[in-house]
Ligand binder design. Structure first.
Ligand code: ME8
Length: 524
């Protein structure tokens, strides 16, 4: 069996509808997933919604409904967004599902059995917006002198009976983990931040609440007199295990959550602490395997500004996808933003990028080549007779395929796309220099050889870019008659083109793939 690969996004709070930041995270994770599947890996990709906690409880109360009703409604929008954006998840998990409650209680009991949970009294600062506890020393001052979390959200002084997790006992083991596995936290800037935080000392973590009941029940607490629900991050992080079969399905766990397993969490930079500090500590305590890497991507900004509901600049990803196209949006986000850095989006930038790369460069290359073949050879695939320039072009594309693969394996989609785009440019330079339309009368054999080279080149370019723009690449490969089994990196540089010709495939009139996008006055 092929080697398993487990990949997850964060699970989103469904206290409102999804925004473009949520779309960005699932799109990036989907591209990596599709790439790993193309590499023949046995991938498990999970995304979903994080439905418990005070934030959800308060958002629901504010609308006069039960948290479960809010979760049911909003979670549907997240799932629809995933489906519309062509996200190939294997499971969309909702933390309100029974198997997830069971997994959360099981990890709780394992941490308790290890002696890491004790009952105490929490007194400290809490941000509902971040669902996070903060030390006094971490707080910043707001404009009116009020105390704010380091993320700039309001904090409230909280006093209640609470279970604690002995996080302080894990400081050295966490530092050892970061030192022995330098790739555990990525990118480097996030790793440094976390190392400083852990070196500064860790307080025990309050891991249960008694002031509301929207969460996973702490085993045994109701029987003992005071019902507790788990701190939402304990259950939220456990979602990753639930999807991998914990605690009942040992076979599934061995496949997707094993010691030394290839397990990647893709999350935003604001929640790296939960994933890189609390999560491995919980897992160590429960004697469970650790993930291999945690990648904290940057934030998307609206024309360079932080998105916020009060400013009214929160973009709806579905609207953008409907207007500009799903693949256009995917391509824009993955090519424009260096994964790990913050990035900006605007209608102008999406239109500019899509028109220059997809419509004018790649789309036009495919369209003019294929329609020329359809018309002048009645769709018969041209016969190769390679000269050095032809083999050189095909070699440039195989090299680009390799660079693309290395970059995607390194979680660097924008670098991968740049390599692909350079290969597209090389094809356009080739077509201009070889001018097959001029050869039609003077040298038809050479014209065929040039078109044959281009046919193979375009096929390979479409194969390479499948993880980024899956629907368009598929449509093109379908038009070009490329059999499913040959849509792999291994088929690049093989006899696939010769085989396709031998099969007698004829090309129909090509359908354009990437319409030129236009801005409207409302965009400026
Ligand atoms: O944090 N740009 O949920 P969430 C890019 N439930 N990414 C962004 C972003 C932006 N402007 N805004 C948010 C949570 N994100 C928890 C996670 S995981 C066990 C629990 C990212 O709905 C954010 O960093 O607030 C996170 O990775 C994801 O969207 C969900 O954010």
């Amino acid at each position: 069996m092929s080697q398993p690969y487990t990949i997850t996004t964060a699970i989103s709070y469904p206290n409102g509808r999804p925004h473009i930041g949520h779309a960005y995270e699932v799109i990036a994770t989907d591209a990596i997933t599709r790439f790993q599947r193309m590499m023949g890996r046995d991938v498990f990709f999970q995304t979903g919604t994080d439905e418990h906690g005070l934030k959800m409880d308060q958002a629901a109360r504010a609308r006069g409904i039960e948290p479960r009703a809010l979760a049911d409604e909003m979670s549907g929008y997240f799932k629809d967004m995933n489906d519309s954006l062509n996200i190939s998840y294997d499971r969309f998990i909702r933390t309100s599902e029974p198997d997830h409650h069971r997994a959360s209680q099981a990890i709780w009991q394992a941490m308790e059995a290890n002696g890491d949970l004790y009952l105490g009294r929490y007194e400290g600062w809490y941000s509902v917006r971040d669902e996070a506890f903060y030390d006094e020393k971490e707080l910043i001052e707001g404009e009116g002198g009020e105390k704010l979390s380091p993320q700039g959200t309001p904090v409230q002084w909280t006093v209640e009976e609470s279970w604690f997790f002995r996080l302080s006992a894990y400081q050295q083991r966490l530092l050892d983990l970061y030192n022995s596995q330098p790739g555990f936290i990525q990118p480097e800037s996030r790793r440094n931040e976390i190392m400083r935080f852990v070196e500064g000392g860790l307080s025990d973590l309050s891991v249960s609440r008694t002031s509301f009941d929207w969460g996973v029940k702490v085993p045994g607490s109701a029987e003992a007199g005071t019902p507790h629900v788990m701190y939402v991050w304990v259950d939220a992080l456990t979602n990753y295990l639930t999807g991998c079969g914990y605690p009942d399905d040992a076979e599934r766990m061995a496949r997707y959550w094993s010691e030394g397993g290839d397990i990647t969490h893709i999350i935003g930079k604001d929640i790296v602490r939960f994933h890189a500090v609390y999560w491995p500590a919980f897992l160590m305590s429960a004697k469970l395997p650790l993930p291999k890497q945690i990648f904290g991507h940057g934030f998307l900004l609206n024309r360079g500004e932080k998105m916020s509901k009060s400013v009214g600049n929160v973009a709806d990803p579905m609207e953008l996808a409907e207007r500009f196209g799903v693949d256009q949006l995917r391509y824009f986000l993955l090519s424009e933003v260096t994964f790990g850095n913050d990035g900006s989006y605007s209608a102008e930038a999406i239109v500019a990028r899509s028109n220059s790369d997809l419509a004018n460069s790649f789309g036009n290359l495919a369209q003019r080549t294929l329609s020329f073949i359809a018309k002048n050879l009645e769709g018969r695939l041209p016969e190769p007779a390679p000269q050095d320039v032809d083999s050189d072009l095909l070699k440039t594309i195989s090299d680009a395929a390799r660079t693309f693969q290395t970059a995607m394996a390194d979680l660097a989609p924008s670098t991968a796309i740049e390599a692909w785009m350079r290969a597209v440019f090389a094809c356009n330079a080739y077509i201009d220099a070889q001018a097959p339309w001029a050869l039609r009368k003077t040298d038809p054999a050479r014209m065929e050889a040039v078109l044959a080279t281009l046919y193979e080149a375009i096929t390979n370019l479409a194969i390479i870019i499948q993880p980024v723009i899956p629907a368009s690449a598929t449509a093109l490969l379908d038009q070009m008659g490329v059999p499913q089994a040959n849509r792999t990196y291994g088929a690049i540089g093989s006899s696939a083109y010769a085989d396709l010709r031998a099969s007698g495939f004829t090309l129909g009139a090509p359908k354009p793939l990437f319409p030129r996008l236009e801005l409207t006055e409302a965009d400026s």
